[in-house]
Design a protein around this ligand. Sequence first.
Ligand code: AMP
Ligand code: GLY
Length: 429
Amino acid sequence: MRKLLVIGSGGREHALTWALLHSAKVTHVYVAPGNGGTATMDHVTNVAISDPAELAKFAQDNDIYLTVVGPEAPLAAGVVDVFQARGLRIFGPTQACAQLESSKDYAKAFMQRHGIPTAAYSTFTDPAQAHAYIDQHGAPIVIKADGLAAGKGVVVAATLAEAHAAVDSMLGDGSLGAAGARVVIEACLLGEEASFIVMADGKHILALASSQDHKRLGDGDQGPNTGGMGAYSPAPVVSPTIHERIMREVIEPTIAGMAADGLPYTGFLYAGVMIGDGTDDTRSINVLEFNCRMGDPETQPILMRLKSDLLDALDAAVDGKLDQVKLDWDPRTALGVVMASAGYPAKARTGDVITDTGTGTDNKDAVVFHAGTTLTDHQLLTSGGRVLCVTAMGDTVERARQNAYARLKQIKFDGAQYRTDIAWRALKR
Ligand code: AMP
Ligand code: GLY
């Protein structure tokens, strides 16, 4: 009879909570701070704590069996180190390991050192040198703020003017603060992206199901970059051959490299990869980014397909026994569509009333995971950019898509934005 703590407030954390409650061993999940979705779940309590030391004290005082961390910010702040120092069970990378996400320069140097394929790059603090590098290499070119920038730190510049402007705004006006004080400039890669997420225990690796995100706000991959507007699992581009190659060429050298560097990596590890054109044996595979956590919205469809007990896997990971776990997946497709608020991603409006005419109907094929919602005086209001991720299963990609959009149409709030073409790449195949 176990009580767990989930740290975070997004759709990923709602999905983690939902999946953990399927374990017969779990009696209660606390979510810090949680959202309007977790607020209404049975056997779940939201707790308004964010400071790592206070979270550890909460875990101790409330006899929490295991803590799992959703987002990058608490990991980069060292929440895992704080818990481990008190002998508390927590799944996630230490602050030092989380640098794989919290510093793009660290991640690029790491990949170069360990022979992990990634785009050629250079790092700059001096704007004049950055501008000169851009002129030398030409466009398209990619400019990345070194630090965590909540999804706003990457500019894929199609023209020299855009590239120079990105450098000016990151290194020049300090709009991203310390995160932008250094920039990585790298070659622009072409191909199809996939999200490849694994669990690691320092030594062993357990791959989760593949998925594909949709980063741009609009249909046809148009408009500004966002945190992700929808995802589905599995991603057909990750064939068995590509899966095996990503493990061998990217994931295994990364976990071995971290261990060799004296930083054994425990936690979820997300490799965003670009898969070039060609046959599966010859297509290029390059790492676009590492995240030291699960993806959002990828987690929602991935966990909808998980048939195994998630707590068992987390438990084994914390004990260094991931080699003893095998995960079973529902062979069907799961597909999630994000509903975002008016103004997202530039400036999200909050406080809109959410109505859901489908609530209470028993639709096992669809789950509405909440992100930027709050339950205020029994009313559900928008409270952030990405508000909901409506996720559904289907025997085919097309069916999963129909089921997700059918459920989505039952939900209304002023200014809602969503894409109508999630999984277009899979359907085009
Ligand atoms: P990141 O946060 O590094 O994943 O970057 C966000 C998005 O920018 C990625 O998902 C890609 O769509 C795009 N991106 C990042 N790096 C590159 C690159 N080198 N070439 C092309 N697109 C990129
Ligand atoms: N959906 C992309 C991410 O979580 O970083």
